[in-house]
Write a protein that binds this ligand. Sequence first.
Ligand SMILES: C[S@@+](CC[C@H](N)C(=O)[O-])C[C@H]1O[C@@H](n2cnc3c(N)ncnc32)[C@H](O)[C@@H]1O
Length: 203
Amino acid sequence: MCSDFLDKVYKDEYKDPKDLYREWADTYDNELAQNEYITPIRTAKALATFASNRSTPILDFGCGTGLSAEALISCGFSSIDGIDISREMVEIARGKSIYKNLECFNPDKGIPVKQNEYSIITAIGVISVGAAPITIFDQVFDLLPQNGLFAFSFNEHSLMVPEYSLKVEQTVKEKKAEQLFCELGPHILKRDLKSMVYVIKKL
Ligand SMILES: C[S@@+](CC[C@H](N)C(=O)[O-])C[C@H]1O[C@@H](n2cnc3c(N)ncnc32)[C@H](O)[C@@H]1O
C-alpha cells in the first residue's frame, strides 16, 4: 500500500535495515515517486557543479533500486557503479541496466572497494536513521583519493541526531576535507521532509 514504508522507516521498527529493504524493494520506486523524493536530483545537480568530468567513474554507495543513478544520469554522469547491502534492492536496480557494475555486500565484512578506485562517491539517502549508521561515514570517505569528491545527504530525522552533522563539521575542521556545498532543501515533498545535501572534497 502506498506510503506504508515511509511511515515505518524512521521508527526503528527494523533492527536490521536488510529486513526493511527486503520488504520494501518491490514498492520502493512507486512510493517514492508518489511522494516526490527530491534529494537524488538535488545531490546530482550539486555534484555536477563541482565535477569537471562527467564520465569519471562514480561509486553510488547504497544505490538501492537506482533512483540515485537515474538522477546522476539526468545530470550527465555516464559511468556509475553501485553497491548496497540489500540483494532485493540491487536486483531492481539491475533490471534498469543503468549501472556499469552492481554488487550486493555484507557490511560486516567491510566495503568491497579498493582505496582510490573511485574519485567520486555518492551516498544519497543512505547514511541515515533507518539505513547505514554514521559510523560508515569515515569508511566511505577514506576510500577517496586526494581531491576526490563525496556527495551525500542527511535527512531531517538524521539531522536531529547531533552525530551526523558533527561528523561533517569535524572532518572539515580537522582539514581532512573542504566543504564545497551544503544546502537544506526538500527531501520528500509530499511528506514536507527536508534534507541537507553536501559535497565535500578530500584534502
Ligand atoms: C533510502 S534507500 C536510498 C537508495 C538510493 N540511494 C536512493 O536514493 O533511492 C537506503 C539504501 O541504503 C542501503 N543501506 C542500508 N544500510 C547500508 C549500509 N550499511 N551500507 C550500504 N548500504 C546500506 C539500503 O539497503 C537501501 O538500499
